[in-house]
Design a protein around this ligand. Structure first.
Ligand SMILES: NC(=[NH2+])NCCC[C@H](N)C(=O)O
Length: 335
């Protein structure tokens, strides 16, 4: 089976709705809301076509099986927070010292910041449970970096990813219960729904204006600061291998960590080259990550390809799935 990554558009609504249902609550970037998803798919189509201003471009990618079934989804938002600021907490350290009573200690505090504004965000990566493994997650994740590489002018020099925070087995978010709920006076799901169902202004309107001392919040909430969801560990490890590192920023609602990487340090881009495509018989070559070099009609695939000099040779069916003809340029990750 050769899975393919391609742009999502309005025609994919039913399939994307199914993925949203399967991903469940807590996977807040993929809401089970048909109107929201329909709008996102329209925006995706227009983003790939280059018909939206760079500030609001939001590219949604789908992982498609040979038979056309949709196995997964991921997305790239070109710029965060250019209209409404995108808020996060920064965990800061404040030293306290008093010679008179011979004491010195550090306080940690959460401060509201909007440091992600202007950055590119990769996210919403979800794969159906029955299609995981076999490199599906890696292909979909890497396709996002290939997309960024396809036109660096459309994206920021800094790429971030927001990881899902810690939720208890019963679905409760200790960070939300200990911090966010005091300010928003909603339960987590309601606040989360508000985020996609409104313009999101309420986030800033009700956000804490002053630093919050960590020693004053309850233990379980403090413990959850920067802690990734049990299902997010693998995603974090994959991001770290790509070059992402923790920023010290955490999600306002669930306390999950924000990681970032300079775009030109992304491992997928550093280890890839632009080659010329050749179509023919390929006998004994490894599978490689291969992507188109254009955003409109973007495609990425993990397929057998033979590199010789500045040429990559693939079998005719692979060229066909990529929608490319001989002689076009192509981006290939070398190892
Ligand atoms: N897990 C979540 N839904 N978090 C939302 C946090 C708020 C978001 N950073 C904003 O400024 O809009």
């Amino acid at each position: 089976m050769t899975q393919l990554v391609r742009p999502a558009g309005p025609a994919d609504l039913a399939e994307v709705m199914t993925l949203a249902r399967l991903s469940g609550a807590g996977f807040t970037s993929l809401p089970e809301d048909e109107a929201v998803l329909a709008e996102r798919l329209r925006l995706s189509q227009r983003s790939f076509a280059g018909a939206v201003d760079p500030g609001s471009a939001w590219y949604t990618l789908l992982l498609e099986d040979d038979d056309g079934d949709i196995a997964g989804i991921a997305s790239v938002r070109a710029r965060m927070g250019l209209s409404r600021p995108h808020l996060a907490f920064r965990l800061i350290t404040l030293a306290q010292h008093s010679p008179a009573i011979a004491t010195r200690f550090d306080h940690q505090a959460l401060v509201l910041v909007s440091e992600c504004d202007g950055t590119t965000s990769v996210g919403s990566l979800f794969i159906r449970a029955d299609r995981r493994g076999g490199g599906a997650g890696r292909l979909l994740a890497a396709a996002r970096y290939m997309l960024i590489g396809a036109d660096r002018t459309r994206f920021s020099d800094t790429v971030i990813a927001e990881l899902r925070g810690w939720f208890e087995e019963d679905g409760a978010s200790p960070f939300w219960d200990g911090v966010g709920s005091r300010f928003y006076r909603l339960d987590f799901d309601a606040a989360d729904r508000m985020l996609t169902a409104t313009d999101g202004r309420f986030v800033q309107d009700l956000a804490p204006r002053h630093p919050i001392y960590v020693s004053l919040i309850d233990d379980r909430a403090a413990w959850a600061i920067g802690r990734v969801h049990r299902h997010g560990e693998a995603a974090l490890a994959m991001l770290e291998r790509e070059g992402f590192a923790r920023t010290g920023l955490i999600d306002l609602f669930d306390g999950g960590p924000v990681v970032s990487c300079p775009a030109d340090r992304l491992d997928t881009l550093r280890r890839s080259r632009i080659l010329r495509l050749d179509v023919g018989k390929v006998s004994d070559a490894p599978k490689r990550l291969i992507a188109t070099t254009g955003i409109d009609g973007f495609r990425a695939i993990f397929a057998v390809g033979q590199i010789a000099g500045d040429t990559l040779t693939v079998e005719p069916n692979i060229a066909e799935r990529l929608g490319l003809e001989e002689g076009t340029t192509i981006r290939v990750k070398e190892s």
